[in-house]
Design a protein around this ligand. Structure first.
Ligand code: GAR
Length: 191
């Protein structure tokens, strides 16, 4: 299963996926490309480290969504990588119909809350400020509804007494690093 990863940030989840691949824990999946909408994103440094093509794609003209010419550039680059699965790992843009149609049923997203609670930006902060005692992370199929597609798997994280936003974020990231590669491995084996 050919996997393309899209991300905008430091890429710790992409790194977890690549490490799982290196240690034989990614099932029949293989990462064939990494693309970012931020030219200085840490995720792009994983390319040379893991021997995977990684490149910046100009997302202009929009700031928060993938549409128009930027979307066309992303579609062309991702299509050329011939993915069976497109993984959004911290890709901080709303995916619009053109991209969704091109890769229909093949796009999954990682979100740092137990959806359907706390969709949108800053899922960790939203849950922390609401005072929930359990939160976590979700991997779901991507549809036109933001953070609304079918849930594939979740991991829960308990909010301890005295928890800070920073300690909670660290716990959620640890849970994400186990959950996302496990879901990809499972999908690659048709489970
Ligand atoms: C992850 O926590 C992921 O859940 C979140 O961005 C972070 C990316 O971290 N995604 C979203 O908030 C999407 N709405 P990373 O760049 O270290 O993998």
């Amino acid at each position: 299963m050919r996997v393309v990863i899209l991300g905008s940030g430091r890429g710790s989840n992409a790194e977890a996926i690549l490490q799982a691949q290196q240690t034989g824990q990614l099932g029949r999946a293989r990462v064939v490309g990494i693309f970012s909408d931020k030219s200085d994103a840490g995720i792009l440094e994983l390319g040379p480290r893991f021997g995977v093509p990684a490149s910046f794609i100009d997302p202009a003209p929009f700031k928060t969504k993938l549409e128009g010419e930027g979307q066309a550039r992303f579609i062309a680059a991702v299509r050329a990588a011939q993915p069976d699965l497109v993984v959004l790992a911290g890709f901080m843009r709303v995916i619009k119909p053109g991209f969704l149609t091109e890769f229909a049923g093949k796009i999954i997203n990682l979100h740092p809350s137990l959806l359907p609670s706390f969709p949108g930006l800053d899922g960790i902060g939203q849950a922390f400020r609401r005072g929930v005692k359990v939160t976590g992370c979700t991997v779901h199929g991507v549809t036109a509804e933001v953070d609304g597609g079918p849930i594939l798997d979740q991991a829960s994280v308990r909010v301890s007494p005295g928890e800070t936003l920073e300690t909670l974020a660290a716990k959620i990231h640890t849970a994400e690093h186990a959950l996302l590669p496990a879901v990809i491995a499972r999908l690659s084996e048709g489970r």
